[in-house]
Write a protein that binds this ligand. Structure first.
Ligand code: GUN
Length: 298
């Protein structure tokens, strides 16, 4: 068996080209505002990449940079103003935030219709109920990669490592909606290697470099690595020990070039979906209002 390396970079580029065509057909410019608080270097890189990718697709991407000492009240005020601004379609506050700011207060403050991260309790609740609206970008990107690779999820055993709000929980909901049998494993789960060996689809989203070893992977499994960890020598590593897992996997994502680029592509898709849901369709043009990246109604 020759394992297939799932090229998220190429797929994301294709999605962005397709998106640019759809954006060019609009009679308005979708507008995304990304807020970055503080000076975390990794977050600064992610935010810059998001703004660049938006611009390349014809989406107006604006970055609001706030000092590390910004108070929670100040940030909530800024979000309130963006919620009220009719020209703004999409709002994203980059995480993690400085300690003085409670992330749950921030995610609750964003208008759910502009919440392109899908972190607002309304959007998270709809997803948990199997009625996805705006879906978190990384899990949506993983689902696209799996679909593109032709992975049959119906009845498949899937194990998701990591129960974060950003990846693990929403991905478990999406896999469940796709009829997989899902185990959401985490730091307190017993015997992770044995759990993982049961997985036909194994997703690692724990933020620990190369935690998943070759012996954890069932022969013929599909392995998705969501981790991006910076090693002491400066290299990037995923949550999966790639070289060890590659020979056992049917398909596997690399780091970098796997899930990472898909996150940004799906953010732009969510931005277009949010813009279309908020703005009236021109006369004679009936796009399905509220249709989102998952094809469900917003
Ligand atoms: N930090 C890491 N991933 C994400 C994400 O998907 N959205 C936001 N807002 N912050 C992040």
């Amino acid at each position: 068996m020759t394992p297939r390396i799932l090229d998220g970079k190429a797929l994301a580029a294709r999605l962005r080209r397709d998106l640019a065509t759809r954006v060019a057909a609009l009679d308005y410019l979708p507008r995304l505002v990304v807020i970055l608080v503080g000076d975390d270097p990794a977050s600064a890189v992610y935010v810059r990449n998001k703004a660049r990718a938006a611009a390349a697709c014809g989406i107006a991407g604006e970055t609001v940079r706030l000092a590390a000492g910004t108070s929670e009240a100040e940030l909530l005020d800024r979000i309130g103003a963006l919620n009220r601004d009719p020209a703004v379609d999409a709002i994203l506050v980059q995480l993690p935030l400085p300690r003085a700011i409670r992330p749950e207060r921030v995610t609750e403050a964003i208008d759910p219709a502009k919440d392109v991260d899908g972190f607002h309790p309304l959007n998270a609740g709809l997803l948990a109920l199997g009625r996805p609206a705006l879906v978190p970008c990384t899990p949506a990107g993983v689902m696209r990669l799996l679909a593109e690779a032709g992975v049959a999820l119906g009845g498949a055993r899937a194990v998701v490592l990591g129960r974060s709000m950003i990846v693990g929980r929403p991905l478990a909901a999406l896999l469940t909606a796709a009829d997989a049998t899902v185990t959401l494993a985490h730091s307190r789960s017993r015997d992770l290697p044995a759990l993982c060996r049961e997985a036909e689809v194994l997703v690692a989203a724990v933020g620990r470099a190369e935690m998943v070893r070759g012996g954890w992977v069932r022969e013929g499994a599909v392995v998705i690595d969501v981790g991006i960890n910076r090693l002491a020598d400066g290299r990037l590593a995923g949550d999966v020990a790639f070289a060890e897992c590659l020979p056992r996997a049917r398909a596997i994502t690399p780091v970098p070039g796997g899930v990472g680029p898909m996150t940004i592509a799906l953010l732009l898709e969510n931005t277009l979906a949010a813009a279309r849901a908020r703005r009236p369709a021109p006369e004679g043009c009936h796009h399905p209002r509220g249709t989102t990246t998952t094809g469900e109604r917003a």
